[in-house]
Design a protein around this ligand. Structure first.
Ligand code: MG
Length: 342
């Protein structure tokens, strides 16, 4: 028995019967020989960490566009916080931590520059729409690894694809829209827990809101500090999920209402607030202009993207892959007059 087989045996004997076992994975589109040391889900996590789109997350907006302050979250630090929260829940419920981590680290790989402003812009520009969760799946299936894709397991791909419905239900009653694995459901709820807490923290740091603006009954129920609030929410998920006997990942009604209220508060005051609006318009203009330019002069910009797809989709791949800094620099190069040096 090799080390990977021993690890698979440890999963079988120590994890909950409801856990997704790596030895029971539905596998990859292109079959591969199993690794002697690592389980299938460990391998998926490692492929994501070593991918180029993962490295680009460090210069993509979470909420604040191309922030100068070093303490603001980026898409990368958001991803790491989601992974931490999700792994805590998975471990507490004796579910598969490696699968949870792989989904968490891959969930936002398809995010555009300039956060949701970028996503909205591409969604309007493309005839058949654009969402970051579909794009994350496209990144791992078709775009990464020089167009070969990362060939991840079915469970990781499904978890990435179904990690979000934007402003929609956090834990859907419609099971079709929920990830099939409990590990995927954990990432879905952890994503929201992470961002409602860190976006409030960043908005306070930026002076967009003040402590007193946060609905006071939520501060009373959940605690004054982000750490206390995250702790409360994580405990709530663990307890409510155990109460369902791990039929699904759940939150208490009170817990879920609190998270939804915080999210609505953020939409109103931060994401769509007056201070954001002007910056969002600028971001939308930059990306629309770049998109139009690429449609008019596709080369060399789209040549690395899947040839079988429409020019519009390939232009969107190029734009969605950009970091905030790259988008700004390309915009300057294409649309600003060049100064003459002596
Ligand atoms: Mg996210």
């Amino acid at each position: 028995m090799n080390i990977r087989e021993k690890l698979e045996e440890i999963e079988t004997t120590t994890l909950s019967p409801k856990a997704t076992l790596s030895s029971a994975s539905r596998g990859r589109v292109r079959p591969e020989n199993p690794h002697p040391l690592r389980t299938a889900f460990q391998r998926d996590r490692d492929r994501i960490i070593h991918s180029k789109s993962f490295r680009r997350l460090k210069h993509k907006t979470q909420v604040f566009l191309a922030p100068f302050g070093d303490h603001y979250r980026t898409r990368l630090t958001h991803t790491l916080e989601v992974s931490q929260i999700a792994r805590t829940i998975a471990k507490a419920l004796r579910l598969n931590e490696d699968l949870t981590e792989a989904i968490a680290l891959g969930h936002d790989l398809g995010h555009t520059p300039f956060g949701h402003a970028g996503e909205e812009t591409l969604d309007k520009l493309l005839l058949d729409g654009f969402t970051h969760y579909e794009q994350s799946l496209r990144v791992v299936e078709k775009l990464e690894y020089e167009g070969k894709g990362l060939n991840l397991t079915y469970e990781v791909r499904e978890g990435i694809q179904k990690h979000s419905k934007g402003r929609g239900e956090i834990l859907e009653n419609n099971l079709e829209d929920m990830p099939k694995t409990l590990e995927g459901q954990i990432v879905r709820v952890s994503d929201v827990i992470a961002y409602v807490n860190h976006d409030i923290d960043d908005a306070l740091r930026a002076g967009v809101i003040k402590e007193g603006d946060i609905p006071q009954h939520l501060v009373k129920d959940l605690g004054k500090w982000p750490a206390a609030r995250i702790d409360r929410m994580v405990e709530d998920v663990v307890k409510a999920s155990l109460d369902t006997e791990l039929e699904r990942i759940a939150m208490s009604e009170k817990g879920l209402t609190a998270v939804v209220e915080l999210r609505e508060f953020l939409y109103k005051r931060v994401y769509c607030g007056p201070q954001a609006a002007g910056e969002i318009d600028k971001a939308k203009k930059i990306l629309s202009d770049l998109y139009d330019y690429v449609l008019r002069k596709p080369n060399p910009y789209v040549k690395h993207y899947p040839r079988g797809d429409s020019l519009e989709r390939r232009a969107a791949d190029f734009i969605a892959g950009m970091t905030d800094f790259y988008a700004l620099a390309l915009y300057e190069k294409l649309f600003f007059p060049r100064t003459w040096s002596s």
